[in-house]
Design a protein around this ligand. Structure first.
Ligand code: CA
Length: 222
């Protein structure tokens, strides 16, 4: 899942980016409000981690503008310990959650998993499809209860397909789950990962829709 991180503090931004990457998120880090607004309205992100204290355009202004334009992306705001008013204003302006600095990176990752789960209308923390169970927090997959060993990118791809079961995802939509900005993408990468996934979880789960993309049927038989 791709997360947009908006933080002007270099040290904190670095730490959050590293921590979220370790938790399996693809992270795009921008440092000012104007860039954040542009990124959030032109690129598909699963959630935004938004520092409120930004130079120039504040986080609160960014948030209000996103909501004014009808953008419903889950937003978690970062605030200072003594800034209760900021948290109240932020939540009232359309933020979905907040973290008070200094925060624990494991907790931040868990909050983002919860936010994106709710945004997708899912109640359970694990995804189940036929005989497959995927646990985003533990980053594990089982087939008929037997663990399946996946690489980070194979896991990201399967996660994207299972979260949106019943929808056809194009190759470029799937690439967005695998790469961050500026990373080189080989033209047949998605095909290669799909091939590996099919070998590991069974050939029938992922259907190829020729010329369109890939699909996991929502109502798979166990
Ligand atoms: Ca700041």
């Amino acid at each position: 899942m791709r997360i947009l991180l908006v933080e002007d503090d270099g040290l904190l931004g670095d730490a959050v980016q590293a921590g979220l990457r370790q938790a399996g998120f693809a992270v795009e880090w921008v440092r000012d409000g104007a860039t954040a607004e542009l990124a959030a309205s032109t690129e598909p992100f699963a959630a935004v981690v938004l520092d409120l204290g930004l130079p120039g355009r504040s986080g609160l202004e960014v948030l209000r503008e996103l909501r004014r334009r009808g953008n419903r992306i889950p937003v978690l705001i970062l605030t200072a310990r003594d800034a209760v008013d900021d948290r109240i204003q932020g939540l009232d302006a359309g933020a979905d959650d907040y973290a008070v600095k200094p925060f624990d990176l494991g907790e931040l990752a868990a909050r983002l998993r919860a936010l994106t789960r709710r945004a997708a209308g899912l109640a359970s923390p694990t995804l189940t499809l036929g005989n497959l169970v995927l646990d985003p927090a533990g980053r594990t997959v089982t087939a008929d209860g037997v663990p399946v060993l996946l690489s980070a990118r194979e896991f990201a791809l399967l996660h994207a397909l299972m979260r949106q079961a019943g929808k056809v995802l194009s190759r470029s939509q799937l690439e967005e789950h695998l790469y961050e900005w500026g990373q080189e993408v080989e033209s047949n990468t998605v095909e290669v990962f799909i091939h590996h996934l099919r070998r590991k979880i069974g050939a029938d789960h992922i259907r190829t829709i020729r010329g369109v993309g890939y699909l996991m049927a929502a109502n798979q038989q166990t």
